[in-house]
Structures are given as C-alpha cells and as structure tokens.
Design a binder for this molecule. Sequence first.
Ligand code: M6R
Length: 610
Amino acid sequence: MCGIVGAVAERPIIEILIEGLKRLEYRGYDSAGVVVLDQQGNTSCTKREGKVGVLAKAVKEQSPQGTTGIAHTRWATHGVPSERNAHPHQSGNRFSVVHNGIIENHKELRKSLSVDGYTFISDTDTEVIVHLIHKLSAVYPDLRSAVFAANQQLVGAYGMAVVDSQSLGQLVVARSGSPLVIGYGLGEHFVASDQLALLPVTRRFAVLEEGDVAQITKESVSIIDASGEPVSRPIEESDITADAGGKAGYKHYMLKEIFEQPEAIRRTLQGRIVDGKVAEDAFGNGSLELFEAIKHVQIVACGTSYNAGMVARYWIEQYVGISCSVEIASEFRYRESFVHKDSLLVTLSQSGETADTLAALRLAKSLGYSASLTICNVETSSLVRESDLVYLMKAGPEIGVASTKAFTVQLAALLLLSKALCEAKAINQEFCTDAAEALNALPTHMEQAFSLEQSVKVLSEQFADKHHALFLGRGDLYPVAMEGALKLKEISYIHAEAYAAGELKHGPLALVDADMPVVVVAPSNDLLDKLKSNIEEVRARGSVMYVFADSDDQFEPGPGLDVVNMAHASHLIAPILFSIPLQFLSYYVALVKGTDVDQPRNLAKSVTVE
Ligand code: M6R
C-alpha cells in the first residue's frame, strides 16, 4: 500500500527521503514522488510511474537542495497508476500533500472546490485534500490550523503530510485511520507511515494517535489531538535494527524469511512456556481468568492470517472442546453476526493495520464480546493498541509481500492459545503436555524440514508451464493446503485452489487431467487412510500428483505420483511443518517463471484500505 516519508532538517534531505521510500517498497506500489523546499521556499517536485529507482534517477539529475520535504509511494485506488496521479499533489504552486488511505467524500468536495475555481489535474481522491487546505488557509493562515480545519470536512481514512512554500521549515502531518510515526533526530525530525523507513536516521519514535495533527520543525514537534487540545505522545526507542530490512545475502526477502522461521518461533515462545505451562501473562494480564469463562472463540482475519485462524478452529474445537468460528474480516464487518455468550474475539494480523480486520475489531467492541485478543507482529500497530489482550508475535519485520514466517508464528501462537484455554479450564492435561513438548521441539523440526529445499526446487520446474493447480488436505491440514494455494497464486500467478480432499468428487474432480498438478499434504494422522483413498481417486483420472508425506508412513511413489518425505514429528505441529515445503514450492515456481517474488503485481504488504 502507499507509503509516506517526510523530513525537516538543516541538511539537504532528498537522500533521506529516497532511502525511506526504498525501504517502503516492500509494501507494494506503482508510482512514486517527492517534493522538497529550500530555505527560500523554492519547491522542486518530481514524480514517476514505476519503481522508486526511476524516481531516484530523476532526482539525482536535478539534485534538489531542499531541507524540508515529503515523499510517497502510491498504490492506485482512484485513477490508474501514472505520473499524473502520483503524489505529491499540489495546489496554487504553494501547498503539496502526500496521502495514504481513501477520502470517501471526494466527489462532493471535488464538485464544490471546482465551483470555487480550483482546477483538478488528477483522477485521485487525494487532490481534494490539497485544494481544501489551500482554500481554508485564507481563514486559517497557520498551516496546522488549516490542516485541522480540513480534517473536519474529510470523510474516510488517511495519514497525510503537508508542506507549504509560505510556511518554511515545517511539515504538518495528520492521522485518521492510517498510521504515522514521528522520528526524533538531533536538530532534525522525520515522519513516516512505517518506522522501517527511518531506521537509518533515527531509532526514537512517537506514534500518532487517531485524530492527531502535528506541526514538525527541525527543533520541535507540537501535537494537537482530535479535539484540538495540545498533547504529547511518548517517544520510544525502537529495538528493530536498521538492517532488519536487509536481505542478509539471500536473493529475496521471502527466502530469507522462510529460513528465519525457527528463530522467529524460538523468540515468540521464549518465556511464554514456563515449567511446561503457559506463562500467566503470555496473553496479557488477567487473560487466564478470562479464558476460564470463555465458551466460544470468534477469529477474524484476512488472507494468510485467516488461513492460520482456520487451523486454530480444528485445534480449539478438538482440544479445548468449545466452539470456534473463523470469518474473513471484510465479511464480518458488514453483516449482522450472532454473538455467542462468553465469546472471545481474536484478531490475527501480521501488520496490525489491515483495514478490514481493524474495522472488525472496532465493530466487535459494540457487540458484547467478553474481550478482544490480537495475535499480531507489530507492537506499535493499531490492532495492538486497541485490543484488550495482546499476544505479540516476535517474527521480526516481514518484508516479502507473501507472508511466510508470520503464518507459522501465528500457528505456534494459536497452538499455545489452545493450551492456555485448556489450562485455564483445567482440562485435557494430555494435550497440554503434548503441546508443550511439540512446541519446544518445533524449531529443530523446522530446521530439518529445510533439507527438503533441493527436492522441492527440482519438482517446481514441472509447474512452470502450468496454468492451474490443486492443493488437497484434510482436517487441520486443509487450511495448510489453502495457504499453499494462496502462496502459489500470489507470487507465481498460477491459478491455484485448495480443497478438503473429501470434497473433490463433489465437483472439482472434473478439472483433473495431466495439465492440472495436484499437491497433497499428507501427515501421519487419523485421516491418512481416507486421504490415501482420495489420492487414488485423483490418480485414476490421470493427474500428476505431488504428495508431501510423513517418512514413517512409507508412502509409495509411482507413475503420476511423486512423494517428498518429511521427517516424522508430532501431529500437533504438522500444520506448521508441512507449510515449509509449500513455501519453497511457490518460491521456486516463481523463480522459474521469473515473477517479482517480493513485490508481486497488484499486491501490497499491508492492506490499509478497504
Ligand atoms: O497484516 P495481515 O496479516 O493482517 O495481512 C492480511 C493479508 O493481507 C495478508 O496475509 C496477505 O494475504 C498476504 N499477502 C498473504 O501472503
């Protein structure tokens, strides 16, 4: 999604802005732009369609010397990707604005501002903001007051940064629904939609709250809240290192993140299992008393996080013995759902800023849930700040658009949640003991699973000329098949669907032929014999099958049936372990196809708009 970077300093800031944009590239975008102002108020604005590198080349030729500036990567929502629609948008050769989010009442505002004589040159919703601020500056000469007044007329979600060539040496930023952080330097200040953008220049950050408007100069930061009252926001030191966004020698972030999984799981579980039991504060203070009374769990999430939730449904119903529903956030937020008595709302999110998941949480607050818990990877995110209970994943920054380590860390956290629910209710001691052992052994098993990389790489070549693929699983491995299909779709652009293996004969079997590779996840569990029958049904239709199996089951390969054996491990962690070869599969198929692995077309890392 869109990214914002801004800086105000004594020194020229163009390189800081461009580096910041590069560090935000992972979020997904289609054009980029920058405006800088020098100390005389001369404005230099450059925009380009395509990659930040193209913009960087253009600004290098111009070499602007400005000390105040804002920059943006745009992910098109209103208007095609183009230079004309790229940000910053400007008004009257004076005001420049960059914006993340969507202005819902842009049509009405565009109409009335046009009547007032403002000329629109883009198709974006953003352009209304800059003309509106320009118009209001006649009544509110102070830039922050004009931005605050504009906010009262804007409907939608936004994070924005504004500069004015007649308000030298200041930036004004506003947050309403889309995150912004202020970075504190020595005699210089910065702003960004994601602190990763600023790590080379500062590690001290304050997170703006909803409704905040801040005036930032090189010496000072002055914030007012949604009611216009002066406020201060705590400045905290980030523990993310500046090179956390680097590839550490890997060809792609995705591959690096696949290999980071054992360490990410170790960090995420550290201190959270004590003497075989879930630590009292693992899910937040008071969580265990609350869990004791919980009779239903409602999970809400999107994409990969939703798939993790689907695995948890099997675990919670089987081991905790209470009902669990899982729903896609964009559906949940717009329907009248039934709220079970004593129900816990659980949101799952890597970023903590997914617009639909956040809206679902906000809606749920008025629906009578006992409490909300978020399992999330970003400590400063909106979901973490707005949930009653938090399980902070410690996966580290995930840069590849295709989620990998966030998924397996979410699964580990959800297995731990199932255990915490059992312990709080003093039930199913056997599962509690097995889960602790399985989780402790998990990182080592994951490291063993990496040895499959080469064999999966070899078989991935057989997918390169395919247009469709099927993924099959049963029980808690069905959502793992869903996740495998999602990964293949998003980075290799091969159409892939997942089915619960028993469902195939109810329709999709008609699709099966030699051109439709079928991938099966087949761990050793109670459903294995059923799954084997399903495999034979498919095989009899002439398909080419790739089965990931537990080595203990001695799955026989044969014509049309490739078997990749996984080392035996507890069935409790099979969904986590079997995810690894599927991640390799999508990665290597994408490599063979030459697609953009880390920034697949049309996708964004953090989906902060509806
Ligand atoms: O940050 P979140 O976990 O809330 O993001 C949810 C989805 O947008 C995300 O998982 C998406 O599906 C990924 N591209 C999948 O790889």
